[in-house]
Design a protein around this ligand. Structure first.
Ligand SMILES: [Zn+2]
Ligand SMILES: [Zn+2]
Length: 392
């Protein structure tokens, strides 16, 4: 993504609200607003009259107006940037007539809804009294007219999902693969991403520990929560990683039940979502697996040296999922390829036909991707990457 921003003419407080809005996209999508150097197309954020933006990339510098009088708020910054990314207002969606009744001529647009539901909590949904000339509502939700609408203070999960779908953002998505009927098998594995040499590691403190703040969503039952907590705490037993509840640290891991099990690789800045869906992801090894991603590790079968240890059978991989097997220039930290790593995918990961997608070589019968917890090598890699003192 090459979307460029160049905020001008604001106080430092206003500027930091705008910057925070710009940066907020990085936590949960692949959109990276970054300062323009000499790119042709860019977003030109100015304080003009009112809050507005063009929809989508227009070519050359396109104005996004955030009027100092009334527009410099987090949700408005996100709203206008979503326009610039290509999104329209929620109440103009093609299916809006099933969800709201309008008393104002809001155009309906033949929008691509990307398989997402109409969302009253979208940051793109206008409030009930938008453009009202008589203090009567202009937008009324149906069938229940009392549901709050347009009150969002930040992008909703649907807003984020739409960005990810429209731009085909590729998170490290570990879809549990249902094999032979009813067993959801987590498919995954890993080694240190190149980003770990460029600042995506978590910060080490003078006491030798690496504190990683976390927040757990209240979506989980107490049983699920305790499985997650146990996964978090398991790192302290054999490494210098200390997952600790967030107080107000800037960077943290935000554990939520979204669609599937996934995490970004390494520290991304601000709150980064680790999704552990209640259906299929709340298991000890999956918790450890996703946290290893967040610590900077990739899947074992994407290691730079994987071709000496496994053969990938692309002909059996689901169309469009081949990227899950791309090889990465990983830092293997002097550790051997490990079929028992909790970061190793199983034999049938992303299979389209119940035939194997990963076969160990030379002995194709060796078990792979069956770990129920971090292997000794997984632990060794953490200790080496983060230079934990007890490193062996
Ligand atoms: Zn708007
Ligand atoms: Zn994974």
């Amino acid at each position: 993504m090459r979307i460029l921003a160049h905020p001008v003419g604001a106080t430092s407080r206003e500027r930091s609200i705008i910057e925070r809005g710009l940066q907020s996209f990085a936590a949960s999508t692949c959109i990276r607003f970054h300062r323009r150097t000499n790119q042709r197309d860019f977003v030109n954020i100015q304080s003009r009259s009112g809050c507005y933006s063009f929809v989508g990339r227009q070519g050359n510098g396109q104005v996004v107006s955030l009027d100092r009088r009334g527009c410099v708020y987090h949700q408005i910054v996100q709203h206008e940037l979503l326009h610039a990314l290509g999104f329209n207002h929620e109440q103009t969606r093609s299916d809006r007539d099933q969800h709201v009744r309008l008393r104002f001529a809001f155009d309906k647009i033949n929008s691509n809804n990307l398989g997402t539901p109409y969302d009253y909590n979208s940051v793109m949904q206008y409030g009930r009294y938008a453009f009202s000339s008589n203090r009567q509502p202009t937008i009324v939700p149906i069938p229940n007219s009392n549901v709050p609408i347009g009150r969002s203070t930040q992008m909703s999960p649907n807003d984020i999902l739409r960005v990810n779908r429209l731009y085909r953002c590729r998170q490290e998505l570990d879809e549990p693969t249902v094999m032979f009927g009813d067993i959801a098998v987590e498919t995954g594995l890993q080694n240190a991403d190149p980003c770990t040499s460029r600042g995506c590691k978590w910060v080490k403190y003078s006491d030798g520990n690496v504190y990683v703040p976390y927040v757990i969503s209240n979506q989980y039952s107490s049983r699920e929560r305790s499985i997650i907590e146990r996964g978090l705490q398991s790192f302290a037993a054999s490494t210098c990683i200390r997952f600790t509840r967030r107080t107000r640290q800037r960077d943290f891991v935000n554990i939520q039940s979204r669609s599937g099990c996934y995490s970004f690789v390494g520290r991304r800045g601000n709150g980064q979502v680790v999704s552990l869906a209640r259906r299929g992801c709340v298991y000890h090894q999956i918790v450890q697996h996703e946290l290893l991603h967040a610590l900077g590790f990739n899947h074992e079968q994407t290691r730079s040296d994987r071709d000496q240890h496994v053969r990938i059978l692309y002909q059996n991989v689901i169309q469009g999922q081949q990227h899950n097997f791309r090889k990465i220039a990983t830092n293997n930290l002097g550790t051997p390829y490990d079929y028992n790593s909790v970061m190793h995918y199983g034999r049938y990961a992303f299979s389209r036909n119940r035939q194997p997608t990963i076969v160990p070589i030379p002995n194709s019968n060796v078990a792979i991707g069956r770990a129920t917890q971090m292997s000794r090598n997984d632990i060794l890699r953490i200790n080496r990457l983060y230079r934990c003192r007890r490193s062996g």
